[in-house]
Design a protein around this ligand. Structure first.
Ligand SMILES: [Zn+2]
Length: 456
């Protein structure tokens, strides 16, 4: 039997487009999934699971359906390897955020090809990815080439949840065997597509964790003609100012370091210079100053360097001549990967430094997960499968279910279909879309990564 990698390398020589089937299947599955309304809530992901089950069955791939409650159903399909290495998991979610047709130019649950794009709710987040993963499973099955590890496809329900107990919590508690793997590929990378070409592959390998907190000051209410020393509003204002001005220490990990090294090569000159200064500075005051300078030039890069706590809401008083009895401020914190919430909470209290301020925290419910290593077979495959393209590790300021899978010890990377910046802004918004050529490119890229990681 011909080794899978050789088969792949020979493919471009055989026909004009040896991957026509792979691309056609990817698009067909994406469109079929977009046409199924899996708005969450209520999700009703069972309709997507049934479609996928039937489609994979045509290629002789059997699936297992897992239901947590009602019609919240995930699908898992597995192609067996020889067991010499642990499995590779391909995961995507089948639910989408709701869409109000009133704001859309095309009906959100009708897939429409127009001007080089596929329009519809879920095209970008992330039914295009599900379609490509399905097509890759079928491609592997049809070629029948040997695998050194199982390749598992996991079409997950209820990712856009926000509920305290989610489908993934049920699944990982009751059936962790379904998704146990050494490596996984999920959404989250936001690779960049521009002028019909892949510009940059971002492999999401770390996520910041989300925490809300509220500060409350209380004091004696009264008439403003007689000022008091314990004015709740003034006390709170001081606390807000101290916390907002505080810079938590810079902490770089393998992912942010790798990303910044790429920015130093490719960023606009002023930003590149600031990044170089930061990377060259030893830990301590010089590095802190370099980080602050970079954050002024590029706030989104600055946010990757530290834990952040930023004020978002303020509430106090109801009348201009009345001293209020209390005042509250809400902050949103983003914790670097691996940061313990309890340590962060202690630091926040210390920075505020006022025993009369009351705190309420909503710490993350999952245990902290550090940045993924990037010295792995899967990362090397992601680089090798995109010759001539910048492939860089990336830390997201958002959270995905990758964190739950990472919590089980699996190395998870976000590698999803590329989008233009404008497409990215439409995710969760109106007229969501995905570039058709980008989806084609992604299908072959994903297949190549899988072959390099799991092929014999
Ligand atoms: Zn998503």
């Amino acid at each position: 039997m011909i080794p899978l990698l050789l088969l792949l390398l020979a493919a471009p020589l055989r026909a004009a487009d040896a991957d026509a089937d792979l691309k056609r299947d990817t698009l067909a599955h994406t469109k079929a999934l977009v046409a199924l309304d899996t708005s969450n809530p209520p999700g009703n992901e069972i309709i997507a699971a049934r479609y996928i089950e039937a489609a994979l069955r045509k290629d002789g791939i059997t699936s297992e359906l897992y239901t947590s409650t009602g019609t919240r159903t995930s699908l898992v399909a597995r192609l067996k390897g020889d067991g010499s290495k642990r499995p590779l998991l391909l995961m995507c979610h089948t639910d989408v955020v709701p869409a109000d047709p009133a704001g859309w130019k095309t009906p959100p649950f009708v897939p429409v090809e127009k001007d080089g794009y596929l329009y519809g709710r879920g095209t970008a987040d992330v039914k295009g990815m599900c379609g490509a993963q399905m097509a890759v499973m079928s491609w592997l099955k049809r070629t029948g080439a040997p695998l050194v590890r199982d390749v598992i496809f996991f079409a997950e329900a209820d990712e856009e949840s926000g509920a305290p107990v989610r489908h993934i919590d049920h699944l990982l508690r009751e059936r962790p065997d379904l998704v146990a793997a050494e490596f996984a590929i999920n959404e989250g990378g936001n690779s960049l597509w521009k002028d019909g070409k892949i510009r940059e592959v971002r492999v999401e390998a770390a996520e910041k964790e989300y925490m809300d907190l509220t500060l409350t000051a209380k004091g004696k209410p009264g008439h403003s003609s007689v000022p008091t020393a314990d004015n709740a509003l003034a006390r709170l204002a001081g606390a807000v100012a101290r916390l907002a001005a505080h810079e938590f220490p810079v902490a770089l990990n393998a992912v942010t370091r790798g990303f910044l090294e790429r920015q130093a090569e490719t960023g606009e000159p002023a930003v590149a210079a600031a990044v170089k200064a930061l990377l060259a500075a030893p830990a301590g005051p010089r590095r802190e100053r370099a980080a602050t300078a970079l954050a002024v030039l590029a706030p989104e890069l600055g946010a990757m360097l530290r834990d952040t706590v930023t004020p978002t809401m303020l509430k106090a008083g109801y009348k201009s001549n009345v001293i209020p009895a209390d005042a509250t401020a809400t902050f949103n914190a983003r914790l670097l990967p691996g940061r313990e919430a309890a340590d962060m909470i202690a630091d926040i209290k210390r920075v505020v430094g006022d025993p009369l301020i009351e705190f309420a925290f909503e710490p993350p419910t999952r245990k902290p997960v550090g940045a993924m290593p990037v010295d792995t077979d899967l990362f090397r495959a992601a680089v090798a499968a995109a010759p001539g393209v910048r492939v860089m590790p990336y830390m997201a300021a958002w959270t995905t279910d990758s964190q739950d899978i990472r919590g089980t010890g699996t190395i998870v990377y976000g590698i999803d279909p590329p989008m233009t910046r404008e497409d990215l802004e439409r995710v969760h918004g109106e007229d969501e879309r995905l570039p058709l050529a980008g989806l084609d490119w992604y299908a072959t890229y994903l297949r190549d990564i899988v072959v390099r990681t799991a092929g014999k």
